[in-house]
Design a binder for this molecule. Structure first.
Ligand code: PBG
Length: 326
């Protein structure tokens, strides 16, 4: 018999399609990553990330106003210090670049903007690794103490959420303890729980001047062949007190996002990373694809996979496009 069931019926008009859409992308899902550079006075475009720049603290007020007016609820800050050392101690300085950036954003936007800070050492160490190095190895436990102090200094500056991206074992627990001991039990932790050692980070390392001087990050970031291990990472972070867990990168890891979503109840974030951004920008500059429709498809697919929140360099464009659609 000719098919009685015809799935095309509900695809016939725009309104019908809207009624039965299973996934919706909203501006309130977006988190915008921002690079703050201590060594510059004016914005410096990032070559490998067209449309993105490193900013001085003095440009954050106007950025905050723009984000609030677009309805983007949050930023995540990455700091580029004027000087680095072997242990990244600069990262915990009360008047460090991120700490000053947090204060400026909070002065400008208050609770209209959620300020998240990336907690890691790689932008602050001369060797570019995410922890303390000894004999060519990245040491776990000595790194925890520095990360914890960095997180507390971000909280003192007014950060709403701290986001450890270093992939040391036990960092969520160490940071939670340090925050609570310092009276910051209200500050949340968004953990980069399942962070893979990935080629998709190259443009970021260029932007943040954080490429490792020797070796790579495979002794602490995850192996991209593993998905069950991601669930163990998340489980561990949940046990240590994470409030939000993250999968990173996003596009080549939609299966991991889906599995984390299925297994856990806390909010799941996904990082649409620099390499994913750079590919879309390059293909669109070459005229191979339509940027707007591809970005909206990519971001919606990340939500469909199960992410509640998306960290993305496309946030400002996407916010404008979403507004036009409505
Ligand atoms: C720092 C950090 C990285 C990213 C976020 N935090 C780089 C890395 O691990 O090498 C990557 C973000 C992106 O590529 O957009 N540890």
């Amino acid at each position: 018999m000719f098919p009685r069931v015809r799935l095309r019926r509900l695809r016939r008009t725009e309104r019908l399609r809207e009624m039965v859409a299973e996934t919706s992308l909203s501006v309130s899902d977006l988190i915008y990553p921002v690079f703050v550079d201590e060594g510059i006075e004016r914005r410096v475009p990032i070559r490998s990330m067209p449309g993105q720049s490193r900013l001085p603290v003095s440009e954050l007020r106007s950025l905050a106003e723009e984000l609030v007016s677009l309805g983007i609820p949050a930023v995540i800050l990455f700091g580029i210090p004027a000087k680095k050392d072997a242990e990244g101690r600069e990262s915990a300085r009360g008047d460090g670049v991120v700490q000053r950036a947090v204060r400026e954003l909070k002065r400008s936007a208050g609770d209209e903007l959620v300020v998240i800070t990336d907690v890691c050492l790689c932008e602050y160490t001369t060797h570019g690794h995410c922890g303390v190095v000894e004999g060519g190895e990245v040491l776990n436990d000595p790194t925890l103490e520095i990360l914890a102090r960095q997180a507390v200094s971000h909280a003192e500056a007014g950060a709403d959420v701290v986001a450890p991206s270093d992939m040391m074992d036990g960092r969520v627990g160490a940071i939670r303890q340090a925050l609570d001991d310092a009276g910051f039990e209200r500050v949340a932790i968004m953990s980069y729980s399942a962070k893979y050692a990935s080629s998709f980070y190259s443009p970021f390392r260029d932007a943040a001047k954080s490429a490792p001087a020797f070796g790579d990050r495979r002794s602490y970031q995850m192996d991209f062949r593993n998905a069950r291990e991601a669930l163990r990472e998340v489980e561990q972070d949940v046990a240590e007190g994470a409030d939000i867990v993250m999968v990173k990168p996003a596009l080549a890891y939609l299966d991991v996002i889906a599995r984390v979503r299925e297994r856990f109840s806390l909010p799941v974030a996904a990082y649409n990373v620099s390499g994913e951004y750079a590919m879309v920008k390059a293909a669109s500059a070459a005229g191979y694809i339509d940027e707007r429709s591809m970005v909206l498809e990519v971001l919606t697919a990340i939500k469909r996979a199960g992410a509640d929140l998306i960290l993305t360099y496309h946030a400002l464009d996407a916010a404008r496009w979403l507004e036009e659609v409505r």
